[in-house]
Write a protein that binds this ligand. Structure first.
Ligand code: XMP
Length: 590
């Protein structure tokens, strides 16, 4: 069961941009149901839409194999809006000319209107937009008029009102484009003639009816995690089918946060007593992980162990026989296979698409009631179901848990002093030029702040050996005296990290800082001195979907309070602050 709730009025054609889901979400926030499809979807399949949007993407139209669209979409008689790469692609396909840019334009710009048009109606003549591109449209296709320019980009907006084709070089979907929402709404309502048909609220009854239809006489069982998606999907099924027909399992891997198992137990006991069983599997996971150092090995062991436990449960309780189906909290971005860099898909497969699950999917024995919704929409549904805010506002937490926040090292070494800072013989995972990197960390002996963050970004670009920059907030000894020691995953280090994470979580909740960030990982690194062999890194980030992220700074008083509390923890030597955006650093250190 994954059907869309209504026929989409708008399809966003994904040209590989990190922003395609953001565009679809913004359209839905304006009350219009939108879906995301691969850019090359056949025009035939797009008949009946009121409008199409071609997203941005990292490619150049001149690169072999760069994303394209079915030219037939321009004969459907529906309006088309190209954004960034989509704008260039339209110019390229419709007879204009795209020029390779030398340097590109990244950041804020002022858009100046050059002509009157429905797309920019009701806006001031000059306003701020967000640009991120290298190539530009040099010659507009026949039939197009110039609508707006910036200082460095002449064809920043173009339109052919007769055919209702539009292109914008800037990104209307991001908040930095001040009138972005209005531009999108001009396209949706004035140009496409969309009507408002979408509000995730008020859909609960319909979702429950769909679950009843899909389940028929069968019962549903879930693997719940304590996260928002599985809890909301589980609750919907409970309401639709009644507590006797719904069962949940929560696997305690021993890699969870402090108090997590208790949180999950209490949450589900309140919802439906006895509906969720806790599977104590910590000894199994910690046993297989003890002494392991390599990030990919950790993931492999955890993934395999998880799949084995799922399979054992599946086979033990007659769940593989006809009258049970599997329920999952899969949400819309997880279902998109074409996806941007494909990274999200890889990240999620081992949980929602493990081999045993795959078999059930093929047999039509999986129910995913949230597969058409974005996270914020799932939160709205959860609110309507009366689930506690404490659950709904939780930050995402990775499946492999604390294991990928407990950095390990194979060799011993001192910090090396360079003119830019200190290089630690520690490696963390990053993402550079679309592929994974595994490189050293640069430490700056300065307090985090906007200036040093700008320096950090410049240093990662310049120094090939590193993919991450941290600043030191506090420490027990001078940096020159710290050393990295060989360290693997051990119950002792995981315990230390669990405590540090709990301390940070409590202070960020109390100060309200947790609501200013999308996620706030706390990392343990094997850098310290004899008595205090480890240090802690604070990694608060802002993001839309985790694919890209911005390192967020916090105010000095809170940072000092956190650092002081962390240095009280047994074995902790220093507190660092990660200044690295994603890319080039991933959110987790692994
Ligand atoms: P990275 O570290 O790749 O993480 O920048 C991006 C986002 O994905 C989360 N993450 C995971 N989530 N299973 C999950 O459910 C995983 O294996 C996994 N690995 C990373 C991470 O917390 C961040 O939000």
């Amino acid at each position: 069961m994954t059907g869309a709730p209504v026929q989409p009025q708008i399809t966003v054609l994904d040209a590989g941009g990190q922003y395609c889901h953001l565009i679809a979400r913004k359209v839905r926030e304006s009350g219009v149901y939108a879906e995301v499809r691969p850019s090359n979807t056949a025009a035939e399949e797009l008949k009946g839409r009121r409008g199409l949007i071609i997203s941005g993407g990292p490619s150049s139209v001149y690169e072999p194999g760069s994303p394209s669209v079915d030219r037939g979409i321009f004969d459907l008689g529906v309006p088309v809006l190209g954004i960034c790469y989509g704008h260039q692609l339209m110019a390229h396909l419709l007879g204009g000319l795209v020029e390779r840019g030398e340097k590109g334009e990244y950041g804020l710009a002022i858009l100046e209107h050059r002509g009157q048009d429905a797309l920019l109606a009701g806006l001031p003549e000059r306003h701020q937009v967000w640009m991120s591109h290298r190539d530009t449209v040099a010659v507009m296709p026949p039939g197009f008029r110039l609508l707006a320019s910036t200082a460095t980009c002449r064809v920043a907006a173009m339109g052919d009102p007769a055919r209702r084709f539009y292109g914008v070089q800037f990104h209307p979907e991001v908040v930095h484009t001040l009138f972005g929402r209005q531009i999108l709404e001009n396209f949706l309502f004035a140009i496409c003639g969309c009507c408002k048909d979408w509000n995730p609220r008020g859909r609960v009854a319909e979702l429950e009816a769909a679950i009843r239809r899909a389940a028929g006489q069968r019962n549903v069982f879930f693997f719940v995690s304590g996260g928002v998606d599985s809890a909301v999907a589980f609750t919907l099924c409970l309401r639709a089918l009644g507590p006797r027909r719904v069962r949940g399992f929560y696997v305690d891997t021993g890699l969870m946060r402090e108090g997590e198992t208790q949180f999950v137990r209490e949450l589900f006991e309140r919802l439906a007593p006895g509906s969720v069983e806790i599977v104590e599997a910590a000894p199994r996971f910690l046993g297989s992980l003890n002494g392991v150092c390599d990030p990919e090995r950790k993931r492999q062991i955890i993934g395999d162990e998880f799949v084995r436990i799922q399979q054992e449960i599946l086979e033990s309780g007659h769940f593989l026989e006809g009258d049970w189906i599997l329920g999952q909290g899969t949400i819309y971005p997880d279902t998109i296979e074409s996806g941007g860099s494909g990274q999200a898909a890889v990240i999620k497969t081992h949980h929602n698409r493990a081999p045993g699950v795959q078999r059930l999917l093929e047999a039509g024995s999986v129910i995913e009631p949230l597969s058409s919704f974005y996270k914020d929409e799932v939160r709205e549904i959860g609110r309507e179901l009366g689930l506690p805010e404490e659950l709904l506002e939780r930050h995402p937490f990775p499946g492999p848990g604390l294991a990928i926040r407990c950095l390990c090292a194979e060799t011993e070494g001192m910090l090396e002093q360079h003119s830019e800072g200190w290089i630690a013989p520690l490696r963390s995972v990053g993402v550079q030029g679309d592929s994974r990197s595994y490189r050293a960390v640069l430490i700056l002996d300065e307090q985090p702040g906007p200036e040093i963050q700008a320096t950090a970004a410049e240093l990662v670009n310049r120094l090939a050996r590193i993919n991450r920059v941290v600043a030191r907030v506090a420490g027990r000894a001078p940096l020159g005296e710290l050393r990295v020691r060989p360290a693997a995953l051990s119950p002792e280090r995981l315990g230390r990290l669990r405590r540090a994470d709990a301390v940070v979580r409590e202070l960020s909740r109390r100060s309200g800082f947790d609501r200013q960030v999308w996620q706030f990982p706390v990392i343990l690194i094997p850098l310290g001195e004899a008595e205090h062999p480890d240090s802690v890194v604070l990694r608060p980030v802002d993001s839309v979907d985790g694919m890209t992220a911005r390192a967020v700074l916090m105010d000095r008083a809170l940072m000092e309070e956190m650092a002081a509390a962390l240095l009280e923890i047994e074995g902790i030597s220093s507190v660092f602050y990660d200044l690295t955006h994603k890319p080039p650093g991933t959110i987790e250190w692994e």
